[in-house]
Ligand binder design. Structure first.
Ligand code: GUN
Length: 283
């Protein structure tokens, strides 16, 4: 078997074309969706991600800007700026790029972002909404994975799904969203003993561990759908996922590439959440 490629770039392109139309409708009422992106410190990967988000906003007509702050910024100074952005009429989404420097009280800062502008879905209220089925904003990466599965008409209800990785940004919300869609979900993580014993059971395997080459062909059930959320930079500069792509492609029925799979969808769902926020306020 050679796996079908699940193309996140193509789906992103399709979804973004539709977003541009929605923004044109908002424009008729004098509204342009606005996103503020806060970048703290000098993490090079974060700077690249933020750059992509800003560029994507421009491509559909969202007005966005980056606010760069030094790694020495205090929690209080960040809270004060977020409070201003919460009150700003032209801002519909506030995104605080993670990770933050260790001295910043991340929980306090995330809890200060207005729930209605929390387009990353990281506020505790939004996390609670995800748990109870009253979603306000879905976190962008797992939301993007759900859209990829939907676009490929991959059934979820009743399927055995294994999520490898239990982060607050990807693994945990991913598991909740799949559970809400009726899957039987197992969550594995860095401390899981005999990972293969779980992964081999998966009809759908979602990998977000940040470990290049973690998933080998013999760990994957024949015909499984494999979603690789990993973005790892190798010593030679190449970007690779958490899955042995060539080997696993020979066993899976469908697989996302890295790059070009989940990555573009994360950015696309941020655009979706920002537009949705503007539509909720003005629609
Ligand atoms: N850092 C890594 N992924 C993300 C993300 O989706 N949102 C934010 N704000 N920071 C991140």
């Amino acid at each position: 078997m050679t796996a079908r490629l699940i193309d996140g770039r193509m789906l992103s392109h399709r979804l973004r074309a539709n977003m541009a139309r929605r923004i044109a409708v908002l424009a008729e009422t004098g509204v342009t969706p606005g996103l503020a992106v806060l970048l703290v410190g000098e993490d090079p990967a974060s700077a690249v991600y933020v750059g992509r988000k800003i560029k994507a906003c421009a491509s559909v007509g969202i007005r966005s800007h980056t606010e760069r702050y030094p790694a020495t910024i205090t929690t209080e100074a960040l809270l004060a700026r977020i409070t201003e952005l919460n009150a700003a009429e032209h801002i519909h989404g506030i995104l605080l790029q993670l990770p933050l420097p260790a001295h910043v009280d991340m929980a306090r800062v995330l809890e200060t972002i207005a729930v209605a502008k929390d387009v990353d879905g990281f506020h505790l209220y939004n996390v609670g909404g995800l748990v109870t089925g009253h979603t306000v904003f879905s976190p962008c990466t797992p939301y993007g994975v759900m859209k990829l599965l939907e676009s490929e008409a991959i059934p979820i209800a009743g399927q055995n799904v294994v999520v490898v990785g239990a982060s607050n940004i990807v693994g945990k919300p991913m598991a909740l969203m799949l559970m809400a869609a009726g899957a039987t979900v197992s969550i594995c993580h860095a401390g899981t003993r005999d990972l293969a014993q779980y992964t081999i059971m998966a009809d759908i395997l979602v990998v977000a561990a940040g470990v290049p080459g973690l998933i080998l062909p013999q760990m994957v059930k024949r015909g499984a759908v494999v979603i690789d959320v990993g973005i790892n930079r190798l010593a030679d500069g190449r970007i690779t996922g958490d899955v042995d792509f060539a080997g696993v492609s020979a066993r899976a029925s469908a697989i996302t590439p890295v790059p070009g799979g989940v990555g573009p969808m994360t950015v696309t769902m941020l655009l979706e959440n920002t537009i949705m926020s503007a539509e909720r306020r003005h629609g």
